[in-house]
Write a protein that binds this ligand. Structure first.
Ligand code: ARG
Length: 252
């Protein structure tokens, strides 16, 4: 009986210790990914993810910190404790669910094909893209999709940052790129360098590739922390904070 009581004591102490671990939360983020996470000309880190993440931290009563990490190593960085969570426009999907724990989705944007306005193309089918050079960010779901469906017919250029990809598009080294819609809109459609367009429809299916919206990723044992963020998200949606941040970045 004594043993049970003391084991229980250890379990409770361990539980409390874990909760106390997180009066400070470090987020891993891959920058730039405008308008989700980027730096202003003054060097200040901002974007929809950053502002929403900061608002959630405030709601929960933790301080938070943003740690920059290249996309390609972003899950390993979480698992090796370089930071405690990933808030970086990461799409929730089954493959990632095997290694990380996701919060509820906080936004659900589609993917889209973006090309220079003069490209003569109606539907971005594999036949139509035969021989073209497609740009994607390495390790994204867009990379997986394009590799599987277009890998045999097109040449695929993979970039470690979305920014490098946009630069190559501006330099006319790519025919077309495939990426999260808000990012293509903000970096290409709103570009002053050249005129761009969306080719075909925006894409959300099949789910195996396009998943279930963007979520915050945690280490699997941090269920309590994920739950606190889910509650904070629900509160910010109810009290109007979420809409206010949303409008700042997505309604022009
Ligand atoms: N949503 C895509 C994915 O989860 C791409 C996200 C890339 N994020 C970033 N901050 N670069 O695969």
């Amino acid at each position: 009986k004594l043993l049970t009581v003391s084991l229980l004591g250890v379990a409770i102490a361990a539980g409390t210790a874990q909760a106390r671990d997180y009066d400070h939360v470090r987020f891993g983020v891959d920058v730039p990914y405008e308008p989700m996470e980027y730096r202003t000309p003054e060097g200040e880190l901002t974007g929809f993810d950053i502002e929403l993440g900061n608002a959630m931290c405030e709601e929960i009563g933790v301080t938070c910190e943003w740690i920059e990490q290249e996309w390609d190593g972003i899950i390993p960085g979480l698992l090796s404790r370089k930071y405690d969570a990933i808030m970086s426009s990461m799409t929730i999907n089954d493959e990632r669910r095997e290694t990380v724990l996701f919060s509820d989705a906080y936004i659900t944007p589609p993917s889209a094909w973006f090309a220079p306005a003069e490209l003569d193309l109606e539907e971005p089918t594999p036949e139509a893209l035969d021989g073209m050079t497609i740009g994607v960010q390495r390790g994204t779901l867009q990379d997986n999709y394009v590799t599987d469906l277009y890998g045999d017919v097109a040449e695929i250029s993979r970039y470690s940052t979305a920014d490098d990809m946009v630069l190559d598009m501006e330099a006319q080294r790519l025919d077309i790129v495939f990426l999260d819609f808000p990012v293509g809109k903000s970096t290409l459609l709103d570009s002053e360098e050249r005129e761009y367009k969306v080719v075909g429809e925006t894409i959300t299916e099949p789910k195996e590739y396009f998943g279930d919206g963007f979520g915050i990723a945690f280490r699997p044992r941090d269920e309590a922390l994920a739950e606190r963020f889910n509650e904070a998200l629900a509160t910010l949606k109810e009290d109007g904070t979420y809409d206010e941040i949303y409008q700042r970045y997505f309604e022009d």
